[in-house]
Design a protein around this ligand. Structure first.
Ligand code: ADP
Ligand code: MG
Length: 487
């Protein structure tokens, strides 16, 4: 494949992403308050989340395990010792006046993720992964506040987060999106986060700068905060590239700034500039001893790590003889990959099973906006349906009609085929009779075929299929008609 042209003719685009991920723990990072979504405001709180006087944070061991897993799955060095720091800033939804985060000594550093880009596979560096707590939410929405000021909801205050910081290695909006998709896929595989963007469990800050092609030094960056959909990430970066290119083209200099993306207009606006950048006055949190993880514990977590998407993809190609494209799609989701394997084992012809999953099953899942594990379709049932088709007992067309029902209600394909009378008409006599009738009823069409109009055969086939209620094998019908027309 030839390399695609640069995203911008004159400038090289440089992007680094900071991703915030909610960890799927039952309770918060330093308090026993539950982590839940959609509860009434301020119902999932505890004195620790509220920063009442005298409270002390207690670290959630599960969150540490999740951070270690994420580090391993992204090829990071996992440090047996890391330190929690206070990041001080004043904001109404931050009751303590500081956020507990990791700063100089994060839990994971120096990893990478491989993404599939236009020109092939590319390795994107991961600078660091650190643990921190989320802040609460300020609600400015008039439907809630009735125009009276701002309300504060602290349900989210203290929810455990990973911040995953990439190297400035990404070169286009599409690569940024590919990186985010790959990262989300890996995090879901290792079951540390649902990473649902709509629930705010996976959010991205995009740092963007431009430099002339071939230039070594990085340009001045702007950071676009809190992008919560893949589309917004790409859109915001596109907009930013155009904005910065215009400034540079006019001989100006880009001012370093933090910006907010406005989905309604597709534009960004300045939140703060470098001159008034926040000084967080970081210092180690005196309430928390350094986090020290026993190397045996780190090893235990490594051993329990599931097979990751990259390795699974390579194995699917080798073990089931699938094309790279199929293997990539099937391994994008762990539940789908498991479903495929179960169905392929039960059926014995993996490529057929892959085709049916990627074409028919996926189409219905997309329409229902669901994943395969939440449907009633059993892998054994799909295996049986595919076998019925491959053995010629039911036409692909009839089988396709059963897929939505199997997804919604489940059931045994062989029994459904019998109940509905969908058995393929394999009786040669019945097909011969239908073909003879059709040819007798359409002498004109038969004549045109004999005069060299090949396409008319499709019309005649359609007529025979109609007579058999769509249950005849198209290949058999074609053979019979062709033979009779030559006679
Ligand atoms: P901060 O926390 O102040 O935003 P970091 O040093 O943690 O600063 O960097 C944040 C992100 O910005 C990283 O993902 C990094 O790769 C990216 N980055 C740094 N410099 C540039 C640049 N010149 N252009 C684009 N991205 C950059
Ligand atoms: Mg930043």
């Amino acid at each position: 494949m030839s390399a695609s042209p640069p995203v911008h003719a004159k400038y090289e685009v440089v992007i680094g992403l900071e991703v915030h991920v909610h960890l799927a723990t039952d309770s918060k990072l330093f308090s026993p308050a539950p982590v839940r979504y959609g509860d009434a405001p301020n119902h999932d709180v505890h004195p620790i989340c509220l920063a009442l006087p005298g409270v002390l944070p207690v670290l959630n061991a599960r969150a540490v395990e999740f951070a270690v897993r994420a580090g391993m799955a992204t090829h990071c060095t996992v440090h047996p010792r890391s330190v929690f720091a206070r990041k001080n800033y004043f904001y109404p939804d931050l009751p303590k006046g500081y956020q507990i985060s990791q700063y100089e000594e994060p839990i994971c550093t120096a990893g990478w993720l491989e993404i599939e880009a236009d020109g092939g596979a590319r390795r994107i560096g991961i600078t660091r992964i650190h643990m921190e707590e989320d802040a609460g939410k300020s609600i400015h929405d008039d439907a809630v506040t009735h125009g009276e000021g701002t309300h504060v909801d602290l349900n989210r205050a203290g929810v455990p987060l990973l911040e995953i910081v990439s190297e400035p290695d990404l070169r286009s909006p599409a690569e940024a999106a590919a990186y985010l998709r790959t990262l989300r896929c890996v995090l879901r595989y290792i079951e540390v986060s649902e990473a649902d963007m709509e629930k705010g469990q996976f959010r991205c800050d995009a740092n963007v700068s431009l430099r002339l092609h071939g230039e070594a030094a990085l340009g001045t960056r702007n950071e676009i905060k809190n992008l919560n959909s893949f589309r917004f990430v790409e859109q915001a970066i596109e907009t930013e590239i155009v904005r910065q290119a215009r400034i540079l083209d006019e001989g100006g200099t880009v001012q370093q700034a933090t910006r907010l993306f406005e989905p309604a207009t597709g534009r960004t606006k300045v939140m703060r500039t470098k001159e008034n950048a926040d000084d967080y006055r970081y210092f180690p949190d005196p309430d928390l001893v350094p986090l020290v993880i026993d190397p045996a514990e780190i090893e235990r977590i490594r051993i329990a790590l599931p097979e990751l998407p990259d390795r699974k993809r390579v194995r699917f190609e080798a073990e089931y003889g699938l094309p790279a494209y199929d293997a990539r799609l099937l391994t994008a989701d762990r539940a789908l990959a498991d479903f495929f394997e179960d169905a392929a084992r039960a059926n014995g012809t993996p490529k057929s099973v892959a085709n049916w999953i990627l074409r028919d099953v996926m189409q219905h899942l997309k329409e229902r906006d669901t994943d395969v594990s939440s449907t009633r379709l059993a892998p054994e049932a799909l295996a049986a349906l595919v076998r019925l088709v491959d053995e010629g007992k039911v036409t692909a067309k009839s089988a396709r009609e059963l897929v939505p029902e199997l997804i919604e209600k489940g059931g045994d394909p062989a029994a459904l085929v019998r109940e509905r009378g969908l058995e393929a008409v394999s009786d040669g006599g019945a097909l011969e009779a239908a073909a003879a009738e059709v040819l007798a009823a359409n002498p004109g069409a038969a004549g045109r075929f004999r005069a060299g109009e090949d396409k008319i055969l499709n019309f005649l086939m359609g007529q025979v299929m109609k007579k058999t209620g769509g249950k005849a094998s198209p290949a058999a019908v074609r053979d019979i008609l062709a033979r009779r027309l030559r006679e």
